[in-house]
Design a protein around this ligand. Structure first.
Ligand SMILES: Nc1ncnc2c1ncn2[C@@H]1O[C@H](COP(=O)(O)OP(=O)(O)OP(=O)(O)O)[C@@H](O)[C@H]1O
Length: 331
């Protein structure tokens, strides 16, 4: 008998033809799985449906929608042995990009049919599940400015347009950051705490590479003095994302921690995995190896290779800790 698969499908995500996309997904997956399909509605959101599927004994849940839908489903999977598949159909598809899952429906279905299981870290931000990142300040304002109408018209360019508008009058704020190894205070325009992030999440790109399975959060602080500084910082972060090299401007800081508390003055808006969740303060805690996701074979083998390079990573982490200590002593 075929393995059971529970599909959670958001019919309004993205800009495609939902009905045709659903039937494409079902016919691709039916060859190997016995499907139960749930469609999200304003009353029955993805997290509710995912909890329902888990209660019915689901061992494999596939989510198809944008980042909001994927994030919602992960909330039902914390600390469980349920495996998650992703068929991205949103505007930004940051989860899929971060895990190298293709944005084309038939290629994403192929990953469900023949991909590999990978264990990923999850995190909790103010007790809500976080798979990608929490943005404080600039990023949150950019996301808030990007409405449904703009996303329908411009797709992912809508985020860029909002970001450029926001850049024109960016604000700075005082921030106190506490981790398990120390605390610091500074003035910043954006603070980003990332568990995983695609290259398109520019403000998270302080480090050379964001590891999805290292048990650590990557914290990037951008502290420009002027608009031209802000533009230079954005450019440097973009370069860091493209070249996998860490950002090298004086007004960009980066470090790693298992948990972090961020307090700002005045309070700043916070975006969590693409959704506005309120204001600072936030507390984020990494939950190592908490989620199992189906990824392309190539992503899984890259991860295995990374484990062989673990000694290099430990050296880098030690360097980072020394840098963090000297920075906190100066602050
Ligand atoms: N049937 C529905 N009708 C109206 N809204 C829905 C329905 N199902 C889900 N939603 C809403 O869809 C939103 C989630 O959309 P999602 O983030 O997945 O897609 P997106 O906005 O296209 O993508 P992205 O986050 O990449 O920009 C939630 O706010 C949820 O309330």
């Amino acid at each position: 008998m075929n393995q059971k698969l529970h599909l959670i499908f958001n019919p309004v995500a993205g800009q495609g033809e939902a009905e045709a996309e659903l039937s494409e997904i079902c016919s691709a997956l039916q060859s190997k799985f016995e499907l139960t399909v749930y469609q999200t509605t304003p009353d029955e959101e993805a997290d509710f449906l995912a909890h329902k599927a888990v209660e019915q004994g689901a061992k494999l849940i596939v989510v198809s929608g944008g980042d909001g839908t994927v994030s919602s489903v992960t909330s039902a999977l914390l600390n469980s042995d349920v495996c998650l598949g992703i068929i991205p159909r949103g505007t930004a598809n940051a989860f899929a990009k971060a895990l190298s899952i293709p944005e084309n429906i038939s290629a994403a279905c192929e990953v469900i049919l023949s991909g590999s299981e990978q264990k990923l870290d999850m995190a909790l931000c103010n007790d809500r599940p976080m798979l990608l990142l929490a943005g404080v300040g600039f990023e949150a304002k950019t996301i808030e400015r990007t409405d449904r109408e703009a996303k329908n018209k411009l797709g992912s360019l809508a985020y860029l347009v909002s970001g450029l508008r926001e850049l024109k009058d960016f604000d700075r704020f005082d921030v106190k950051i506490e981790t398990e190894s120390g605390q610091m205070q500074t003035t910043a325009a954006a603070v980003t705490v990332a568990n995983a992030a695609p290259a398109t999440s520019v403000l998270a790109q302080g480090p050379d590479q964001i590891e999805v399975d290292d048990g650590l959060l990557d914290i990037t602080i951008v502290a420009p003095e002027s608009i031209s500084d802000a533009i230079a910082a954005s450019y440097e972060l973009l370069r860091s994302a493209i070249t996998n090299d860490h950002a090298q401007l004086e007004n960009i800081g980066h470090f790693r921690a298992k948990q972090v508390k961020i307090i700002t003055q005045p309070p700043q808006k916070v975006v969590l995995d693409g959704e506005m969740i309120g204001q600072t303060p936030i507390e984020v805690q990494c939950l190592p190896n908490n989620l199992t996701v189906l990824v392309p074979e190539s992503t899984a083998s890259e991860t295995a290779e990374k484990f062989q390079k673990k000694s290099t990573r430990v050296t880098l982490a030690n360097k980072m800790r020394d840098w963090w200590q000297s920075w906190t002593e100066e602050a």
